[in-house]
Design a protein. Structure first.
Length: 278
Protein backbone atom coordinates (compact mmCIF):
# COMPACT_ATOMS: atom_id res chain seq x y z
CA UNK A 1 0.00 0.00 0.00
CA UNK A 2 1.15 3.52 -0.82
CA UNK A 3 2.11 5.31 2.39
CA UNK A 4 -0.07 8.33 3.08
CA UNK A 5 0.07 10.73 6.01
CA UNK A 6 -1.71 14.01 5.27
CA UNK A 7 -5.34 14.18 4.13
CA UNK A 8 -7.34 17.24 3.13
CA UNK A 9 -11.15 17.38 2.92
CA UNK A 10 -12.38 20.30 0.80
CA UNK A 11 -16.01 21.14 1.40
CA UNK A 12 -17.37 20.67 4.93
CA UNK A 13 -21.09 20.45 4.39
CA UNK A 14 -23.07 17.42 5.52
CA UNK A 15 -21.04 15.02 3.38
CA UNK A 16 -17.63 16.61 3.81
CA UNK A 17 -17.99 17.01 7.57
CA UNK A 18 -18.87 13.31 7.87
CA UNK A 19 -15.83 12.35 5.78
CA UNK A 20 -13.65 14.68 7.86
CA UNK A 21 -14.87 13.05 11.08
CA UNK A 22 -14.19 9.58 9.70
CA UNK A 23 -10.64 10.45 8.62
CA UNK A 24 -9.94 12.28 11.90
CA UNK A 25 -10.55 9.01 13.76
CA UNK A 26 -7.90 7.24 11.69
CA UNK A 27 -4.11 7.27 11.69
CA UNK A 28 -3.95 10.18 9.24
CA UNK A 29 -3.37 13.85 9.91
CA UNK A 30 -6.48 15.49 8.51
CA UNK A 31 -7.18 19.07 7.48
CA UNK A 32 -10.54 20.57 6.56
CA UNK A 33 -11.35 23.56 4.41
CA UNK A 34 -14.59 25.20 3.33
CA UNK A 35 -15.16 28.51 1.56
CA UNK A 36 -17.57 29.31 4.40
CA UNK A 37 -15.32 30.47 7.28
CA UNK A 38 -17.93 29.28 9.80
CA UNK A 39 -17.54 25.70 8.56
CA UNK A 40 -13.82 25.69 7.82
CA UNK A 41 -11.44 23.97 10.24
CA UNK A 42 -8.20 25.20 8.66
CA UNK A 43 -7.35 28.21 6.54
CA UNK A 44 -5.79 27.46 3.14
CA UNK A 45 -2.58 29.26 4.08
CA UNK A 46 -2.02 27.05 7.12
CA UNK A 47 -2.54 23.70 5.39
CA UNK A 48 0.86 22.13 4.62
CA UNK A 49 1.77 21.47 1.00
CA UNK A 50 1.75 18.97 -0.48
CA UNK A 51 -0.91 16.71 1.00
CA UNK A 52 -1.19 13.03 0.10
CA UNK A 53 -4.95 12.65 -0.34
CA UNK A 54 -7.72 15.12 -1.14
CA UNK A 55 -11.43 14.44 -0.71
CA UNK A 56 -13.54 16.74 -2.89
CA UNK A 57 -16.91 17.14 -1.17
CA UNK A 58 -18.55 20.37 -2.36
CA UNK A 59 -21.67 20.52 -4.57
CA UNK A 60 -21.42 20.43 -8.34
CA UNK A 61 -21.51 23.73 -10.20
CA UNK A 62 -20.68 24.79 -13.75
CA UNK A 63 -17.11 25.65 -12.71
CA UNK A 64 -16.62 22.44 -10.67
CA UNK A 65 -13.78 21.09 -12.82
CA UNK A 66 -11.90 24.39 -12.89
CA UNK A 67 -12.23 24.90 -9.13
CA UNK A 68 -11.22 21.31 -8.37
CA UNK A 69 -8.16 21.41 -10.59
CA UNK A 70 -7.16 24.64 -8.85
CA UNK A 71 -7.16 22.90 -5.45
CA UNK A 72 -5.19 19.97 -6.88
CA UNK A 73 -2.54 22.18 -8.44
CA UNK A 74 -2.19 24.01 -5.14
CA UNK A 75 -1.92 20.95 -2.86
CA UNK A 76 -0.51 18.38 -5.31
CA UNK A 77 -2.08 15.19 -3.87
CA UNK A 78 -1.22 11.70 -5.07
CA UNK A 79 -4.79 10.46 -4.59
CA UNK A 80 -7.94 12.46 -5.37
CA UNK A 81 -11.35 11.19 -4.24
CA UNK A 82 -14.33 13.02 -5.72
CA UNK A 83 -17.20 12.44 -3.30
CA UNK A 84 -19.56 14.89 -5.02
CA UNK A 85 -22.50 13.96 -7.21
CA UNK A 86 -21.42 15.09 -10.68
CA UNK A 87 -22.37 14.70 -14.36
CA UNK A 88 -21.02 11.66 -16.14
CA UNK A 89 -17.46 12.26 -17.32
CA UNK A 90 -16.59 14.95 -14.76
CA UNK A 91 -14.05 12.89 -12.78
CA UNK A 92 -12.38 11.83 -16.01
CA UNK A 93 -12.03 15.48 -17.04
CA UNK A 94 -10.40 16.28 -13.71
CA UNK A 95 -7.97 13.40 -14.29
CA UNK A 96 -7.10 14.68 -17.77
CA UNK A 97 -6.33 18.10 -16.28
CA UNK A 98 -4.36 16.81 -13.30
CA UNK A 99 -2.03 13.83 -13.63
CA UNK A 100 -2.59 11.87 -10.42
CA UNK A 101 -4.68 8.97 -9.14
CA UNK A 102 -8.23 10.33 -9.45
CA UNK A 103 -11.39 8.40 -8.57
CA UNK A 104 -15.08 9.04 -8.02
CA UNK A 105 -16.51 7.60 -4.81
CA UNK A 106 -20.08 8.74 -4.13
CA UNK A 107 -21.54 8.94 -0.65
CA UNK A 108 -24.82 7.23 0.18
CA UNK A 109 -26.84 8.02 3.25
CA UNK A 110 -29.56 10.10 4.84
CA UNK A 111 -29.05 13.36 6.63
CA UNK A 112 -28.30 13.76 9.49
CA UNK A 113 -26.78 10.27 9.68
CA UNK A 114 -24.16 10.53 6.92
CA UNK A 115 -21.30 9.57 9.23
CA UNK A 116 -23.05 6.37 10.37
CA UNK A 117 -24.18 5.55 6.85
CA UNK A 118 -20.65 5.87 5.49
CA UNK A 119 -19.91 2.75 7.51
CA UNK A 120 -23.25 1.11 6.69
CA UNK A 121 -22.97 1.16 2.90
CA UNK A 122 -20.27 -0.30 0.68
CA UNK A 123 -18.07 2.58 -0.54
CA UNK A 124 -17.96 2.25 -4.31
CA UNK A 125 -14.93 3.53 -6.19
CA UNK A 126 -15.04 4.58 -9.82
CA UNK A 127 -11.42 4.68 -11.04
CA UNK A 128 -9.95 6.59 -13.96
CA UNK A 129 -7.10 4.05 -14.16
CA UNK A 130 -6.60 0.58 -12.70
CA UNK A 131 -3.91 1.84 -10.33
CA UNK A 132 -6.12 4.68 -9.05
CA UNK A 133 -8.74 2.08 -8.12
CA UNK A 134 -6.19 0.00 -6.24
CA UNK A 135 -4.85 2.96 -4.26
CA UNK A 136 -8.28 4.30 -3.41
CA UNK A 137 -9.48 0.88 -2.27
CA UNK A 138 -6.49 0.39 0.03
CA UNK A 139 -6.83 3.88 1.48
CA UNK A 140 -10.59 3.69 2.08
CA UNK A 141 -10.28 0.25 3.63
CA UNK A 142 -7.71 1.70 6.03
CA UNK A 143 -10.53 3.98 7.23
CA UNK A 144 -12.56 0.91 8.11
CA UNK A 145 -14.88 1.08 5.11
CA UNK A 146 -16.22 -1.74 2.94
CA UNK A 147 -15.04 -1.00 -0.60
CA UNK A 148 -15.97 -2.15 -4.10
CA UNK A 149 -14.19 -0.98 -7.25
CA UNK A 150 -16.31 -0.41 -10.35
CA UNK A 151 -15.14 -0.48 -13.95
CA UNK A 152 -14.77 3.28 -14.38
CA UNK A 153 -15.59 6.63 -12.80
CA UNK A 154 -18.42 7.04 -15.33
CA UNK A 155 -20.11 3.98 -13.80
CA UNK A 156 -20.32 5.42 -10.29
CA UNK A 157 -21.19 8.91 -11.53
CA UNK A 158 -24.24 7.61 -13.39
CA UNK A 159 -25.13 5.11 -10.66
CA UNK A 160 -25.21 7.86 -8.02
CA UNK A 161 -27.30 10.13 -10.20
CA UNK A 162 -29.82 7.41 -11.00
CA UNK A 163 -30.02 6.14 -7.42
CA UNK A 164 -31.36 9.53 -6.34
CA UNK A 165 -33.32 10.33 -9.51
CA UNK A 166 -34.96 6.89 -9.36
CA UNK A 167 -36.46 7.82 -6.01
CA UNK A 168 -37.62 11.17 -7.39
CA UNK A 169 -39.32 9.33 -10.26
CA UNK A 170 -41.21 7.09 -7.83
CA UNK A 171 -42.32 10.03 -5.67
CA UNK A 172 -43.47 11.93 -8.77
CA UNK A 173 -45.41 8.84 -9.88
CA UNK A 174 -47.28 8.92 -6.56
CA UNK A 175 -47.88 12.64 -7.01
CA UNK A 176 -49.55 11.80 -10.31
CA UNK A 177 -51.73 8.95 -9.00
CA UNK A 178 -52.77 11.26 -6.18
CA UNK A 179 -54.01 13.77 -8.76
CA UNK A 180 -55.86 11.05 -10.67
CA UNK A 181 -57.47 9.75 -7.48
CA UNK A 182 -58.77 13.22 -6.68
CA UNK A 183 -60.13 13.54 -10.22
CA UNK A 184 -62.24 10.39 -9.77
CA UNK A 185 -63.05 10.97 -6.09
CA UNK A 186 -61.01 7.94 -4.98
CA UNK A 187 -59.32 7.67 -1.58
CA UNK A 188 -55.63 7.59 -2.38
CA UNK A 189 -54.87 5.69 0.85
CA UNK A 190 -56.96 2.80 -0.51
CA UNK A 191 -54.63 2.65 -3.50
CA UNK A 192 -51.60 2.78 -1.21
CA UNK A 193 -52.91 0.02 1.06
CA UNK A 194 -53.73 -2.15 -1.98
CA UNK A 195 -50.20 -1.69 -3.36
CA UNK A 196 -48.64 -2.16 0.08
CA UNK A 197 -50.16 -5.63 0.39
CA UNK A 198 -48.49 -6.61 -2.88
CA UNK A 199 -45.21 -5.03 -1.87
CA UNK A 200 -45.10 -6.89 1.43
CA UNK A 201 -45.16 -10.16 -0.53
CA UNK A 202 -43.23 -9.36 -3.71
CA UNK A 203 -40.98 -6.53 -2.40
CA UNK A 204 -41.05 -4.83 -5.79
CA UNK A 205 -43.71 -2.06 -5.50
CA UNK A 206 -42.77 0.44 -2.79
CA UNK A 207 -45.30 2.98 -1.59
CA UNK A 208 -44.14 6.60 -1.51
CA UNK A 209 -46.03 9.53 -0.07
CA UNK A 210 -46.61 12.22 -2.70
CA UNK A 211 -45.23 15.23 -0.88
CA UNK A 212 -43.13 18.01 -2.34
CA UNK A 213 -39.56 16.89 -3.11
CA UNK A 214 -37.30 19.32 -1.30
CA UNK A 215 -33.73 19.00 -0.09
CA UNK A 216 -30.55 19.29 -2.10
CA UNK A 217 -30.24 15.85 -3.72
CA UNK A 218 -33.19 14.48 -5.67
CA UNK A 219 -34.31 17.48 -7.71
CA UNK A 220 -30.81 18.95 -8.30
CA UNK A 221 -29.62 15.52 -9.44
CA UNK A 222 -32.65 15.18 -11.73
CA UNK A 223 -31.68 18.53 -13.24
CA UNK A 224 -28.09 17.36 -13.71
CA UNK A 225 -29.15 14.12 -15.40
CA UNK A 226 -31.67 15.93 -17.61
CA UNK A 227 -28.99 18.44 -18.64
CA UNK A 228 -26.64 15.74 -19.93
CA UNK A 229 -29.33 13.41 -21.29
CA UNK A 230 -32.66 15.20 -21.80
CA UNK A 231 -35.67 12.99 -21.17
CA UNK A 232 -39.44 13.42 -20.95
CA UNK A 233 -39.27 11.29 -17.81
CA UNK A 234 -37.01 13.79 -16.04
CA UNK A 235 -39.06 16.71 -17.35
CA UNK A 236 -42.16 15.05 -15.88
CA UNK A 237 -40.50 14.77 -12.46
CA UNK A 238 -39.43 18.42 -12.45
CA UNK A 239 -42.79 19.71 -13.67
CA UNK A 240 -44.79 17.44 -11.36
CA UNK A 241 -42.83 18.63 -8.36
CA UNK A 242 -43.36 22.30 -9.21
CA UNK A 243 -47.09 21.64 -9.50
CA UNK A 244 -47.10 19.69 -6.22
CA UNK A 245 -45.77 22.69 -4.31
CA UNK A 246 -48.83 24.68 -5.38
CA UNK A 247 -51.20 21.77 -4.76
CA UNK A 248 -50.03 21.43 -1.17
CA UNK A 249 -51.49 24.83 -0.37
CA UNK A 250 -54.79 22.93 -0.17
CA UNK A 251 -55.40 21.56 3.33
CA UNK A 252 -57.26 18.44 2.14
CA UNK A 253 -54.38 17.54 -0.15
CA UNK A 254 -51.90 17.91 2.71
CA UNK A 255 -54.04 15.66 4.93
CA UNK A 256 -54.13 12.97 2.23
CA UNK A 257 -50.36 13.13 1.87
CA UNK A 258 -50.01 12.60 5.62
CA UNK A 259 -52.16 9.47 5.44
CA UNK A 260 -49.86 8.03 2.79
CA UNK A 261 -46.83 9.01 4.83
CA UNK A 262 -48.05 6.75 7.64
CA UNK A 263 -48.29 3.83 5.22
CA UNK A 264 -44.82 4.62 3.89
CA UNK A 265 -43.39 4.66 7.41
CA UNK A 266 -44.96 1.31 8.22
CA UNK A 267 -43.16 -0.28 5.28
CA UNK A 268 -39.79 1.43 5.48
CA UNK A 269 -36.60 0.66 7.42
CA UNK A 270 -37.24 2.65 10.60
CA UNK A 271 -33.74 2.14 11.97
CA UNK A 272 -32.14 3.55 8.84
CA UNK A 273 -34.38 6.63 8.92
CA UNK A 274 -33.76 7.17 12.64
CA UNK A 275 -33.39 10.87 13.40
CA UNK A 276 -34.41 11.84 9.89
CA UNK A 277 -37.34 14.21 9.45
CA UNK A 278 -39.39 12.87 6.52
Amino acid sequence: MKTYEKVLVVGLGEIGSAVYRLVSESKYKVFGYDIDPKKSVDSLSKIPKPVDVIHIAYPYSKDFIEVTVGYLQQFKPDLVIVESTVPVGTTEQVFLRYNAHVVHSPVRGKHPNIYEHLKFWVKWVGPTTQESGVRAKEYLESLGLKVKVANHSRDTELAKLWETVYRAVMIAAWQEIHRISKKFNVKVESIAEFIAEVHQVLKDRPVYFPGYIGGHCLIPNTEILNSISPSKLFEFVLESNKTRKQELEDEATREEVEKLKKIFLELTNKEYYKGFEI
